[in-house]
Design a protein around this ligand. Structure first.
Ligand SMILES: [Zn+2]
Length: 314
């Protein structure tokens, strides 16, 4: 069996980071993400790359009126109110032109028009499945609202990426009831296990960082799951090339290339993921890094018939 190279992007703009950042602290990255999306799409199109764009439902709306009308009645009541994106609706502008941080319909159009791209969901509101105060009922309402918005654009959501990679078996069962056939699970091991934010300790983060630049925890080449929804687990987060860690980008890319080669030779999967806003600063350097990875994939396609797949293809 040939190896499979999977890419998924968590497309969220400011909604994905609002609990710890805002326009002032992270706005440049968000605006940079808007430049990154078309360049990533061009690179994918030129190289026959399929990818899943797991998109926050709020981004589908063209205006604030449309957003307000699409909100579900049941909303997450997290113990920590900062986590709820419903708490930031007051600061949202009128439409995408006046507020490019919170709206993304034109970018979703561009993704839809690019061959080979799957649009999946990153939940309606960037929902946190493991945070205290959330309920299955609120999660289900969130997912139903996201599906409705997507259907208005003739998109049937099949794949989900859970925000902060938080989920339980019960959340998966809700997904299965609503047409979601694929999800991105977490890499194997203690450092990558799904937890609520408070349990993401410095030790876990440090081990993930070490692994990103050394590959010490292994290739993370995967075999997909069998149960529905099907687990298409993450192999590695493509870290941004920026700031103090820019010098370490080449070894990081080398870790990714080694993992891809393992998957290609063994007929396994390799699943790379990141957020467009990770490319938001230093776009050229980040695009150059991605090009290195795509060129490596083209080589593996040539030598081992490795395939480029979206999550829904499994
Ligand atoms: Zn996210």
């Amino acid at each position: 069996m040939s190896g499979k190279f999977v890419i998924s992007l968590d497309f969220e703009l400011l909604w994905g980071v609002r609990d710890h950042a805002d326009r002032t602290s992270y706005g440049a990255n968000v605006l940079g993400a808007r430049q990154a999306v078309p360049r990533i799409l061009d690179l994918f199109a030129e190289n026959g790359i399929r990818a899943t764009w797991a998109t926050v439902g709020f981004l589908f709306c063209e205006t604030k009126d449309e957003l307000i009308a699409a909100l579900p009645d049941a909303r997450p009541a997290y113990d920590n109110p900062r986590l709820s994106n419903y708490g930031y609706l007051e600061e949202v502008g009128k439409d995408e032109r006046s507020d490019p941080y919170y709206f993304g319909a034109s970018l979703i159009d561009a993704i839809q028009k690019t061959p080979g791209q799957e649009i999946g969901t990153h939940t309606m509101s960037h929902y946190y499945c493991l945070e205290d105060g959330q309920t299955l009922a609120a999660f289900e309402a969130d997912l139903v609202a996201a599906r409705k918005l997507a259907e208005q654009r003739r998109i049937a959501l099949k794949s989900i990426v859970f925000p902060r990679n938080q989920f339980t078996q019960a959340h998966l069962e809700v997904c299965a009831r609503h047409g979601i056939s694929h999800y991105r699970g977490n890499p194997i091991g203690w450092a990558y296990r799904a937890t609520k934010g408070a349990e993401q300790t410095p030790a876990r983060r440090a081990l993930r960082l070490l692994d990103a630049y050394s590959g010490v925890l292994g290739s993370q080449a995967f075999q997909p799951g069998h149960d529905e929804p099907i687990d298409v687990p993450a192999s590695r987060f493509l870290r941004p090339c920026s700031g103090r860690l820019a010098a370490l980008h080449p070894p990081h890319l080398a870790v990714i290339k080694r993992g891809m080669t393992v998957a290609a030779k063994a007929g396994r999967g390799y699943h790379l993921w990141w957020h467009p806003h990770n490319f938001g600063r230093g776009l050229d350097a980040n695009m150059a890094g991605l090009k290195v990875i795509i060129d490596h994939f083209a080589d593996l396609r040539e030598r081992f018939e490795m395939q480029s797949l979206a999550m829904e293809d499994f």
